[in-house]
Write a protein that binds this ligand. Structure first.
Ligand code: C2E
Ligand code: CA
Ligand code: CA
Length: 540
């Protein structure tokens, strides 16, 4: 157990230190990356807006030119094309194509060279063909994107599509579905761009942080060097690591609390209750008048790992603070039934005394447990005595009711530790008891000049007045026994006769005692029930 707690302690403390700090680093990195990705997504959105506006302007131009009624390549026609070209910032050129596909004139005038558009593999839904790259031979300028339909074509400068403001080092690619990459900035890696087109996503690689955005048929991809996020990462680390350290401290505090708790008696007890680790020792109860063994008090024992027992005085008060005490009472009853049923069935004069907790008495729950557990075992209810301390009678009305019900079931009831509490004669009279157990502190005072010693005869007298049987516990000497016998006390238990014994040893003790002393003085009626004989017992 201790070794396990030590391992748990080491693991908990290590995790308490590492987890929050690692989490702070992770969170700082994650936030820095996502901030950068948000920025890249913003660029992507700008680029897509720009590209789609450029394309729709070009398409509108194709449409409006197709509906003009000019004589092809007439001066008016060319002037019109010049006007359209000059007034439209997105368009880098416009031309007229005849039926055979030859370029006849442009905004610059009639063509002198033969230019023919071969059919484009990229035809958009609205019938517009797209050539991704063409060197305009008329102007001899940089490569242009060509859009054409029917008798007109329109040139677009690819730079136009990505002409947005970017951060230093940002790479950008804009692609159109069915056509492919139309424009780029910063020379992004073609293979990487392709992989992002087929699966648009945001992410990081060893060298880059990237984001892709798809809007309709447009996809834009923005890529930035990973070291671009360093300043933000550093800023976030500086903010988050102290918080992580603080959480670490809290976790360490919580771990210490958990470890302490795991090391506590309460935690051990919870585990013991759950594992049903308790055993019972039986302390013989002797009929003083003839020396016979008439029964035993069941005393719960919690075996310690490595030998010995934890005393009930240590753990019963702790168990009584929670519902654990109920489980312990239940385990005690179950053990008694398991170990003693054959002996109790064979020896009707024998009884077992069970210590009840205050909660057992005030709730009466134990009566249902007993009924269930005893059913069909051969044990008679008269063979069960119940011991309740004064603490059990705090809620006097409930207790009176439970005791009355217990006696109706046939159990005998003794008041335990009598004399240690505050019971008045009047108070005792109102309880339907069968016996008083004189606490061992009074028995030990016999023959000594202590304050208790003068009380002992009064306690015995009180039992007699109330017509209750009297049981003395903790009898250790012949002198004590002699005194108790003279005083008319009927029963005694204590080390003078025997210490509490495991079940088999108790049975052997009982057999020896029976052979030597026979059965209890009251055993002739074949029962061990105190009530209704208590009254007759009380008069010597
Ligand atoms: P208790 O009911 O007063 O039980 C008598 C105590 O005196 C027992 O202590 C017993 O071992 C001890 N004893 C018996 N003979 C002698 C003797 O000659 N000299 C001395 N000095 N002591 C003697 P134990 O077993 O440690 O039990 C302590 C208390 O724990 C019990 O006091 C009882 O109140 C409680 N307890 C024991 N078993 C149970 C149980 O199953 N349920 C509940 N609720 N309480 C229990
Ligand atoms: Ca007792
Ligand atoms: Ca006692």
């Amino acid at each position: 157990m201790r070794a396990r707690v030590a391992v748990l302690a080491a693991v908990l403390i290590a995790l308490s230190i590492c987890l929050p700090i690692v989490a702070a680093f992770q969170l700082a990195w994650h936030l820095a990356v996502s901030t950068q990705q948000d920025r890249l997504t913003l660029f992507n959105d700008h680029a897509i807006r720009r590209a789609s506006l450029t394309f729709s302007t070009a398409k509108d131009t194709l449409k409006s030119m197709a509906s003009t009624g000019f004589t092809p390549c007439s001066d008016e026609h060319i002037a019109k094309m010049q006007l359209v070209n000059a007034n439209n910032q997105y368009i880098a050129g416009i031309g007229y194509i005849d039926r055979e596909g030859f370029l006849r004139c442009t905004a610059l005038g009639r063509t002198t060279i033969t230019i023919k558009h071969s059919p484009s593999p990229h035809v958009l839904d609205d019938g517009v063909s797209v050539i991704r790259r063409m060197m305009p031979r008329v102007t001899g300028s940089e490569p242009r994107i060509v859009l054409y339909r029917d008798n007109y074509d329109v040139l677009i400068d690819p730079k136009q599509l990505v002409d947005i403001s970017l951060d230093e080092g940002t790479q950008l690619a804009v692609t159109l579905e069915k056509v492919g990459v139309l424009a780029e900035r910063g020379n992004p890696n073609a293979r990487f761009v392709q992989s992002l087109i087929s699966d648009p996503r945001a992410g990081t690689s060893k060298d880059y942080v990237y984001a892709a955005a798809r809007r309709g048929e447009w996809t834009a991809i923005a890529i930035q060097n990973i070291d671009q996020i360093d300043p933000e990462y550093t800023r976030l680390k500086e903010a988050l690591i102290p918080i992580g350290a603080l959480i670490s401290l809290l976790f360490i505090g919580a771990s210490i609390w958990i470890i302490r708790w795991c090391n506590s008696l309460k935690a051990d007890l919870i585990l013991a209750v759950w594992r049903k680790e308790f055993t019972i020792h039986y302390q013989p109860l002797i009929d003083i008048r003839n020396g016979a063994c008439v029964g035993a008090e069941a005393l719960v024992r919690w075996p310690r790992r490595g030998g010995g027992f934890v005393g009930p005085d240590t753990f019963i008060p702790l168990a009584e603070q929670s519902s654990m005490i109920f489980s312990i009472t239940d385990q005690v009853i179950a053990s008694i039934v398991r170990e003693m049923a054959p002996t109790l069935s064979a020896e009707r004069s024998l009884h077992i005394s069970i210590n009840l907790s205050a909660a057992d008495v005030s709730t009466g729950r134990v009566l249902n447990v007993l009924e269930r557990e005893l059913d069909g075992t051969g044990i008679r209810s008269g063979q069960i005595w119940l011991e309740a301390t004064e603490r059990g009678f705090v809620k006097i009305d409930d207790a009176r009711d439970v005791i009355a019900r217990a006696r109706q079931h046939g159990y005998s009831i003794a008041m335990d530790d009598f004399g240690t509490g505050y019971s008045s004669l009047q108070y005792l009279e109102s309880l339907p008891l069968d016996a008083l157990k004189i606490d061992k502190s009074f028995v030990h005072s016999i023959g000594k000049a202590t304050a208790n010693s003068s009380v002992t005869p009064h306690i015995i007298e009180m039992a007699r007045t109330l017509n209750l049987a009297c049981i003395a516990e903790g009898v250790e000497t012949d002198q004590q026994l002699k005194y108790l016998a003279e005083q008319g006390v009927q029963f005694a238990q204590g080390w003078l006769f025997s210490k509490p014994l495991p079940a088999t040893e108790f049975m052997a003790f009982f057999a020896r005692r029976k052979a030597e002393f026979g059965l209890g003085a009251e055993a002739t009626d074949g029962g061990s029930q105190l009530w209704p004989r208590a009254a007759s017992l009380a008069t010597p």
